[in-house]
Design a protein around this ligand. Structure first.
Ligand SMILES: [Fe+2]
Length: 448
């Protein structure tokens, strides 16, 4: 029998791929259009600090349909697919109207920014017309620009200036990012809830309270943060009761290493990789690996696939799967969507926090992983000039006065700091959940 090391080094056969249900798109363009994936040639003695990978695009053998999951055969097939592959894609039918959802991103997330007018969303159209988020009549054109397959460099520059904090990661943590109507509508959707109960084999589940995704094309391409969300050396016994996911309002890609979700893989990984990463604190979320023959002896970076997720779908994955947050480069459309995972029913304390958040429109204190939520990127703490440049310098005088403070560093230096902002002029209306939605979103305890 092959050891895991051998298996991971060998190229999967077509039969293997079929068995996995994840056939690679033949002859598909990789990230650098039209070129073949380049083999990285590195000697063990000269490991580059940062390797760039052209991850091959792949298509799911099957995308399931939310409207057909009432058919027990379709539902069973979906369950087997997920159990085998640790990942599954479900098209959400007509539950998502792309234009309407993107419009909500514009009028909610972007209109809530307490920035001066020149830093609020504005674009220049091909006919030279200037459009600005302050003008209601320009919103349709703004949506068109955001849905363009390739945003112009000028408009990308303007967009980057108007992004909320966490712009570089593509997942803003401002209040509207957690409270969009489209998010709440899908969170409480009965058909999706039924599908997840089947995947998790549990009816007493809650969806997590997570944020929107708004990822702009990056200049660099191919840099991948390949990681487990949970520390693989400290996998919790309840891991199979959790599922992670993201709803893709626009088409996007999900990068993972197919087959890395199995217990056998995990066992082998822990034996071979854990010793290569000493000094990593045990149990901390996000266990990333580094490329190169020394730190990645199974060439897991080379085994990544970028699965295409059609607009209007949800991709769900096991927290055990090794996956990546890619930078696909300048030729990619803007990726718009939101995270949506599910797990066992929350505790009484968590329920109380959720009720409060949904009622007041606040952001959560902690992620489902247990990590603290940072309103600004954590690195701003060490680099206050970045906070100054990307946020503080753009604030309206009123917001500046209300939010900006200072703090003293450990070295006794006074640096800029600021409080998170809330809704503009208290402009928040709580979403009206259905009776079932209150249970699904964890605001009410499931009946015994
Ligand atoms: Fe992740």
């Amino acid at each position: 029998m092959q050891t895991y090391n051998e298996e991971m080094r060998s190229e999967p056969t077509v039969r293997d791929k079929r068995k996995k249900g994840l056939a690679e798109e033949s002859g598909s363009p990789v990230l650098n259009q039209g070129s073949q994936r380049k083999k990285q040639k590195v000697s063990p003695t000269s490991v580059p600090k940062k390797l760039k990978f052209e991850v091959p695009t792949a298509k799911f053998d099957k995308i399931f349909s939310i409207d057909k999951l009432g058919d027990p055969d379709h539902a069973r097939e979906m369950k087997s697919f997920y159990d085998e592959n640790g990942i599954v894609c479900i098209h959400l039918g007509d539950k998502i109207n792309t234009r309407q959802a993107v419009r909500e991103f514009v009028t909610s997330i972007f209109r809530q920014m307490p920035y001066r007018k020149e830093f609020l969303l504005n674009f220049k159209l091909k006919n030279k017309k200037e459009i600005h988020i302050d003008n209601d009549e320009d919103i349709d054109d703004i949506v068109n620009v955001l849905l363009d397959s390739r945003i112009t460099s000028e408009n990308l520059r303007r967009l980057k200036n108007a992004l909320p904090p966490h712009a570089t990661f593509g997942a803003p943590c401002t209040p509207p990012s957690f409270h969009l109507d489209i998010e709440n509508k899908i969170r409480q959707d009965e058909q999706l809830y039924r599908a997840i109960t089947l995947l998790l084999d549990n009816e007493r589940i809650n969806c997590d309270f997570n944020r929107a995704i708004f990822r702009v094309p990056t200049v660099t391409q191919g840099e991948v943060f390949l990681h487990f969300d949970l520390d693989p050396r400290a996998i919790r016994s309840d891991i199979d009761s959790l599922i992670q996911g993201k709803v893709c309002i626009t088409a996007c890609k999900f990068i993972c290493v197919p087959g890395s979700n199995t217990d056998e893989f995990l066992k082998g990984f822990n034996e071979v990789y854990a010793p290569l990463y000493p000094g990593r604190k045990h149990g901390v979320a996000k266990f990333a690996i580094e490329p190169g023959p020394v730190k990645d002896p199974w060439d897991l970076f080379g085994k990544q696939k970028a699965f295409e997720i059609p607009a209007g779908s949800i991709v769900l994955w096991s927290p055990k799967i090794l996956h990546g947050h890619p930078s696909f480069g300048r030729e990619t459309p803007i990726s718009i969507g939101f995270y949506l995972g599910f797990g066992p029913e929350v505790s009484k304390e968590q329920r109380e926090a959720l009720v409060k958040s949904y009622k007041e429109g606040s952001i959560p204190e902690f992620w489902p992983s247990g990590d603290r939520v940072h309103f600004f990127p954590k690195k701003f703490t060490n680099f206050p000039f970045m906070l100054q440049k990307t946020v503080v310098d753009k604030l309206t005088p009123k917001a500046h006065e209300a939010l900006v403070t200072t703090r003293t560093t450990k070295l006794g230096k006074e640096v800029v700091d600021m409080r998170p902002w809330k809704w503009k002029d208290g402009n928040f209306t709580p979403f009206q959940f259905t009776p079932l939605g209150l249970y699904i979103t964890g605001q009410k305890e499931w009946p015994k």
